[in-house]
Design a protein around this ligand. Structure first.
Ligand code: PLP
Length: 502
């Protein structure tokens, strides 16, 4: 039985649930959320979303508001990305924009099903692996220069083959914040007649107003065929808004799905969804209309100031250093190999959390040429970071002193034993991947990684350095399967869900 509850009761319960969430505002979390610090734009987006709540974004011929907002957002993007003829579609997020970039490029190149490859820098977002997986194309990851973490154009050139229909670079990449050499890679791609996608999901609405001069990475660069950019990152829109832009109408149209061959209404979908909410579109449209160039420029200045202050701090901390040469609003911190007392970045992250700031740990990554992108800790700066930057700087210093001398975290004991079994050949990856869901859950529980022990447990309760150490020591496909089990458990009701007291 599902009992009815009053609207007040329902909302009161949601408020209690929201109180268990990580804080979305105030600059305490340096990932996931992009807080402008302007209450008025959060309220504006909410009001805009409420106005279009009943609308179906599926059909702009019936809902003219959807068409108008979409046209105006694309026009905004034309000026921001210097593509006076660019065309595109508003999507639900970066992953959808990246999927559409690959889909459109594949169909524009007319690569037969089951063939085709995308060449991407090893630092490109996992969304492109997802696109390759879903579309049945190969993703070929090219190592980046481990010193700068930028991809080298000659390495891209060497990775191209007859199958390649798309090259992907980032502006900037998420793991290290480096801006790939877009112009040089574009020359390589153009010489081979291959499309080039610039993934600006992260930086698309920050780099255009960045106070320091950056190399051109947008449609000013000849050979750039598409750009993805997330309104729900540095556009400060609520989650659910991104854009995919193309240099030509043909490339854009190649990403559409149209079907008149069934008994229902003619289906024409520019994006992956059918019926779709207009809330994300309305939120993004309202915020860009309100902020304009000057609004974005002022916010970006705060991001850049916070970033500069933290970089100066990191220069001062013996034992830590910035990985590569980031340009823009994010960076990654590693143990300084040149220091006599290097600090483990994951222990540092845990210690900084005790001082009130949540950073994001990233595993080390062995590139295909054998070079290592070391274990790191990621920091995303937003305009509100500037408001708390003194406190943040103090926390980064205090965390460094607390973590100094600590060895890197180890994987939980049971998973260390498992890693040895893989190393000795006693267990194969195929064996592990064939295990039933319940057995994988049991392995996680045995390792002390149990989402069931506390149903209200949030990420803060997890020993992330130990989880990352496990990811580093086990075959990656096995850890992907384990994390699938772990995450699925969060949305699986317990057997007694409906009788449990709330
Ligand atoms: C966030 C991000 C994506 C994926 O975007 P989602 O909105 O999380 O789906 C893709 N590329 C880069 C560089 C990103 O930072």
């Amino acid at each position: 039985m599902n009992p009815a509850r009053s609207t007040d009761e329902v909302l009161a319960r949601l408020r209690r649930l929201r109180a268990t969430d990580a804080p979305t505002h105030g600059g305490r979390i340096l990932s996931y959320v992009y807080d402008s610090g302007l209450t008025e734009i959060d309220e504006l987006a909410a009001a805009a979303a409420a106005l279009v709540q009943p609308v179906n974004g599926l059909d702009p011929t019936v809902f003219g508001s959807v068409a108008a907002m979409e046209r105006e957002l694309i026009a905004f993007c034309r000026t921001v990305f210097h593509g006076s003829d660019a065309v595109g579609s508003i999507t639900s997020g970066g992953t959808e924009s990246c999927l559409l970039a690959v889909l459109a490029a594949r169909d524009h190149a007319a690569a037969p099903p089951g063939t085709g490859s995308v060449v991407l820098a090893s630092t490109a977002h996992a969304a492109f692996d997802k696109a390759a997986h879903l579309l049945g194309v190969r993703a070929v990851r090219v190592p980046v220069d481990p010193d700068t973490t930028r991809v080298r154009p000659e390495d891209v050139a060497a990775a191209l083959d007859d199958d390649t229909f798309l090259v992907v670079v980032s502006a900037p990449n998420y793991p290290t914040g480096a801006l790939d050499p877009v112009a040089q890679v574009a020359e390589v791609a153009a010489a081979a007649g291959i499309a080039l996608h610039v993934d600006a999901c992260l930086g698309g609405f920050a780099l255009p107003w960045w106070p320091e001069t950056l190399p051109a990475w947008d449609f000013r660069v000849p050979g750039v065929s598409s750009i993805s950019a997330d309104f729900h990152k540095y556009g400060y829109a609520p989650k659910g808004a991104s854009v995919i832009l193309h240099s030509s109408r043909e490339r854009h149209r190649a990403g559409f799905f149209a079907d008149t061959d069934w008994p229902g209404y003619p289906v024409v979908n520019p994006t992956l969804l059918g019926s779709r909410s207009a809330a994300g579109l309305a939120g993004a449209w309202a915020i860009t209309e309100h902020l304009g160039d000057d609004g974005y420029r002022a916010l970006v200045e705060r991001v850049a100031a916070a970033s500069a202050a933290v970089r100066r701090t990191l220069d001062d901390i013996d034992g830590l250093r910035v990985l590569g040469d980031p340009a823009g609003p994010v960076l990654a911190v590693i143990a300084d190999p040149a220091s006599s007392s290097p600090i483990d970045p994951h222990r540092w992250s845990t210690a900084v959390a005790e001082h009130g700031f949540t950073l994001q740990v990233q595993p080390g990554y062995r590139q295909s040429d054998g070079t290592l992108l070391p274990p790191s800790t990621h920091l995303t700066f937003t305009p509100v970071t500037a408001a708390v930057v003194d406190e943040l700087v103090a926390a980064l210093h205090a965390g460094a002193e607390a973590a100094r001398g600590l060895p890197p975290a180890e994987a939980p004991e049971a998973l260390r034993t498992l890693a040895e079994a893989f190393d000795s050949g006693a267990v194969t990856v195929a064996d592990a991947l064939a295990l039933p869901s319940k057995a994988i859950e049991a392995a996680l529980v045995g390792a002390g990684i149990d989402p069931h022990t506390d149903p209200s447990a949030t990420a803060a309760a997890l020993d992330m350095p130990a989880v990352i150490a496990a990811i580093e020591s086990l075959p990656r496909p096995v850890t992907a399967k384990m994390l699938t089990e772990f995450l699925a458990a969060y949305s699986t009701p317990p057997p007694d869900a409906r009788t449990t007291a709330r």
